[in-house]
Unconditional design. Sequence first.
Length: 167
Amino acid sequence: MKTLPALFPALALAVLLPAMARTAAAGDVDPTPAPAWQLKDLDGRTVTSDQFKHKVVVLDFWATWCGPCRSEIPGYVALQRKYAAAGLAIVGVSVDQADPGVVRKFVAEEKIDYPIVLADDQITSAFGGVEAIPTTVVIDRNGVIRYRKVGSMPTAEFEEILKRYLR
């Protein structure tokens, strides 16, 4: 993304404030069809929204340098393992500007076993802009955005939200 480097100071503050307040904004949203997307994974393969049809999808916009993002990832790994058979698909959307090798190293160290894709301007715009990270969007089995949060949230609290859509 071309616009992020100039925004790093503001983005860092935007990341810290939600972390201090726990969750800056979270809640059910007016149901809106999720936009279709197509992004590259860490190996350069194309990953598309169509691959997750009929699943509950969690799109997590994050970065390796984001403390609140890093603190949520172990919970997302656990939730993916716990609910994969029930149709949960977590997709990490890295907004890192560094070489994909930095992200790949982090993913290996943290044992992230859900798909990681590299963000571009189109996906951040399509999902209403990503003003702070982490920003997380929950899409139901019918491809409708149902929930959006900006900032971190305890895993147990987020799990309760996911259960509504996994039923």
